[in-house]
Write a protein that binds this ligand. Structure first.
Ligand code: SAM
Length: 363
């Protein structure tokens, strides 16, 4: 049976990326690859909040903040909102990079469906009452209301679809009543539920206004060329979050260990290039998506017990990815727990989500 976790759906077998939300085929450097463009506003809030706080504390006079793999730009826009009060003089420049087709959508299409079923996005709805989101993020009701006010200062509401919730429940019911089968009918239903986000599962369709578009820029760029794209030492924050697995699994995204091992050298080269463009103490945000850390291959075996802020937790920070980061001049700066794989013996699993450049690495 298909398992639903709010709107996000994880097939139990979890071997084939094609069934994930946001899946797309794309041609990159003449090769057909699988991409996942799924993203949301205020996704992985704790890491986002840490990033904002690090920026405010360490770069009070301004900084360039760059996200590779930005998809339609939900994270750059979320950071724009979260930095708003300190950015009246445009000292924080936020740029998102991705492949050409994706950037075309971010620049030209510029329409965003926001959903009340998504952890981060539900704070954008007046009737957000979910105590879980407050618990998970430590946000107070006042802070949520503040974020909402700022968001709608930059985003105009195009449509408010009251029918969408009903439609979502109806389709969810149809799928839940069927055994999983990849028939064209099921594919179409899934596409409607999970993918065609301007029509179905969202309550509101929004579009960034002129001011938002001035503050966030979208450009074509592959992180593997970051050393040619960015001027060295000029971007203090580089984000490549929920995206590393695209390189690790060679654009096939079937999560094979052999594939990951054969791409580890390429991954380490990317880390060294990121190191090259960051200034000392600049941060590299990779987030907590388990596949980005190769957690799926080692799982609980490689976790270790520790305590973070007085809480007993499990930490997963010794996979080949973490070794490659250390080899590339980085040290962990912030651990966050994964919303995608939460518990091990009742304890949260924390991943090293943010890394700091502590020394130069030779390319
Ligand atoms: C799942 S989305 C993640 C979006 C966003 N970063 C987030 O955290 O929600 C992954 C994005 O990474 C992009 N991507 C994959 N490989 C990339 C690369 N080598 N350079 C730049 N972008 C890449 C994909 O096109 C896709 O839009």
């Amino acid at each position: 049976m298909i398992r639903f976790n709010t709107q996000f759906y994880i097939p139990k077998t979890n071997v084939n990326f094609k069934r994930h939300t946001g899946h797309e085929e794309s041609i990159v450097n003449g090769q057909k690859i699988s991409l996942n463009n799924y993203t949301t506003f205020f996704r992985d809030y704790n890491t986002l909040e840490f990033t904002r706080d690090y920026i405010l504390k360490n770069y009070p006079h301004g900084a360039n903040i760059t996200e590779f793999g930005c998809s339609m730009g939900h994270k750059p826009y979320s950071l724009m909102v979260m930095l708003d009060k300190s950015n009246q003089d445009n000292k924080y420049k936020i740029t998102g990079y991705d492949f050409p087709e994706v950037i075309r959508k971010a620049n030209d299409y510029s329409i965003y469906g926001i959903a009340r079923f998504i952890d981060g996005e539900q704070i954008l709805f007046d009737d957000c009452k979910n105590p879980e989101i407050l618990k998970k993020t430590n946000l107070t009701k006042e802070e949520i209301s503040d974020i909402r006010k700022i968001f709608y200062k930059y985003f105009d509401i195009c449509e408010d679809k009251d029918y969408s919730h009903r439609e979502y429940c109806k389709l969810k019911q149809i799928v839940a009543n069927k055994e999983f089968a990849d028939t064209p009918e099921i594919q179409e239903i899934k596409r409607k539920i999970f993918y065609d986000d301007t029509k179905y599962d969202n309550k509101m369709i929004v579009t960034p206004n002129k001011r938002a578009k001035e503050l966030v820029t979208f450009k074509v760029g592959d992180i593997r060329n970051i050393d040619k794209i960015l001027e060295p030492k000029k971007s203090s924050v580089i984000i490549f979050q929920n995206a590393l697995y695209h390189i690790l699994y060679g654009g096939k995204l079937s999560y094979e260990l052999k594939q990951a091992y054969s791409n580890l050298q390429e991954i380490e080269n990317v880390f060294k290039k990121v190191n090259f463009v960051l200034p000392q103490n600049g941060i590299f945000v990779i987030g907590t998506f388990p596949h980005d850390h190769m957690f799926n291959h080692y799982g609980e075996m490689l976790t270790r017990a520790d305590s973070l802020n007085g809480e007993n937790v499990r930490i997963f920070d010794f996979s080949p990815i973490h070794i490659a980061l250390k080899n590339s001049g980085f040290e962990t700066e912030f651990y966050d727990f994964s919303g995608y794989h939460s518990y091990n013996d009742g304890k949260k699993i924390y991943f090293p989500a943010v890394w700091k450049k502590v020394k130069e690495a030779s390319l």
